[in-house]
Write a protein that binds this ligand. Structure first.
Ligand code: SF4
Length: 410
């Protein structure tokens, strides 16, 4: 039975929702299907993403096809899955993108795909969408393509010319996990494709012999996604893997996606999804080594099982385990030390460093900066505040952790 265009759009946009690497939100928007009005974003496949300068952009997020010749155990679109299948042609995706853009539903496209025929064939089709949009239809919006890791380097190189961002999913945090759940994928191949993209991005910064800059290449950088909780990898394994991806391939973002149980899944996969809080804590830890000067080892070193504390955020957890360095004098401490104080972020530290050049910081100055006094008090001193024995209290964590809850019997 031939599916209608709308049916295929519903299938392919739903199939794309498992990919977190464009940071979509699930926000509800007003529709205008049953009443007159303009500006509806309540259409299949529209998600929201944030650009590096903080703007929120609406993206058409779809798969070109959810047919796939691979059989990755954690994936709803794997070859052995019984899901409904659909496919869009290159021309249909181009038309859809242009029409949605004209109607102001979207400002860009996030396009991924299952692998059909071969990696090169699939990548060629994805690149063709981007090429036609950019060169033939003069599309100026944002394009994020999911690259196929074992596609030819020439195709990856061409993809970067038309896209703002490229991403290659590592999927499993460890090579053991990848071999177990996606044996057709090759961890070395994924890393070599990331390396290739990184070199291409680096090359755009150097002028050629003629003094010209090479054409721009994926100026929004590359990103990846890791599935959390499908295999036995601990948070320490996950953060170790992210840390090396950031440093080796200069990734812009690693996205963590809590594993969602899928119908008729392999027995080896967990039947329940991990707590969403675990995903949240990993994002917080990720920020610590990207913006706060932490080494990933520090974040989990005091955790015997290698898992982040779910009760308090990773920075507070680290501070509670390293009380010997606290309290710090807010008027004397270095930037590096201030960044380790729970409740202070890079922005508030910057303001503190500027302010204390011409004035002594007191507790009410911190309040004016909207710093949480409840969180910061045990860890700092100011001329009008000393935590005395607060920092040594054995039950200090209980002041921050949520109160224990009685489990329901039903
Ligand atoms: S290659 Fe991608 S789409 Fe295909 S089964 Fe694996 S994860 Fe799913």
């Amino acid at each position: 039975m031939k599916r209608t265009f709308s049916e295929r759009l519903a299938i392919l946009s739903d199939a794309a929702k498992y990919d977190a690497s464009c940071a979509s939100s699930g926000s509800d928007r007003r529709g205008s299907t049953r009443q007159p009005g303009l500006g509806s974003t309540e259409r299949s496949g529209i998600c929201h993403s944030w650009t590096p300068d903080g703007r929120c952009v609406s993206l058409l997020k779809i798969l070109m096809t959810n047919f796939c010749v691979y059989d990755c155990a954690y994936c709803i679109n794997r070859a052995s899955s019984g899901v409904e299948r659909a496919r869009f042609s290159v021309e249909e995706i181009v038309w859809l993108t242009m029409e949605f853009c004209r109607r102001n539903y979207i400002e860009g496209l996030f396009l991924s795909s299952g692998i059909i025929r071969s990696s090169d064939y699939t990548m060629e089709e994805l690149v063709r969408v981007a090429r036609v949009l950019r060169l033939d239809r003069s599309f100026r919006g944002y394009i994020h393509l999911k690259a196929i890791p074992d596609a030819s380097p020439d195709l990856l190189a061409e993809a970067g010319l038309y896209t703002d961002r490229l991403s290659i999913n590592v999927e499993m945090p460890t090579e053991t996990g990848l071999n177990q759940y996606a044996p057709e994928k090759d961890a070395a191949g994924i890393r070599s494709a990331m390396e290739h993209i990184r070199k291409k991005m680096d090359a755009t910064k150097e002028k050629t012999l003629t003094g010209r800059r090479p054409p721009r290449f994926a100026p929004g950088g590359q990103s990846t996604q890791m599935i959390v909780g499908a295999d036995a990898a601990t948070d320490q394994d996950i953060l170790s893997s992210s840390s090396s991806l950031y440093s080796d391939y200069r990734l812009k973002r690693v996205y963590y996606s809590a594993f969602s149980p899928i119908p008729h899944a392999s027995q080896a996969l967990p039947a329940r999804r991990p707590p969403l809080l675990r995903e949240h804590r990993l994002y917080q830890a990720d920020w610590l080594f990207r913006f706060y000067g932490f080494q990933f080892q520090e974040i989990t070193e005091s955790r015997p099982d290698g898992m982040l504390d779910l009760e308090v955020d990773p920075k507070l957890s680290w501070a509670l385990d390293n009380r010997a360095i606290f309290p710090v004098d807010i008027n004397q401490a270095s930037r590096e030390l201030l960044l380790r104080v729970p409740g202070l972020g890079p922005r508030s530290v910057k303001v503190l460093l500027t302010t204390r050049r011409h004035k002594t910081i007191r507790l009410d100055d911190l309040e004016r900066l909207r710093v949480s006094l409840r969180k910061i008090r045990p860890f700092i001193t100011t001329p009008d505040w000393r935590p005395v024995k607060l920092i040594d209290r054995l039950d200090l964590k209980s002041l921050f952790a949520p109160p224990p809850q009685q489990l329901s019997l039903l």
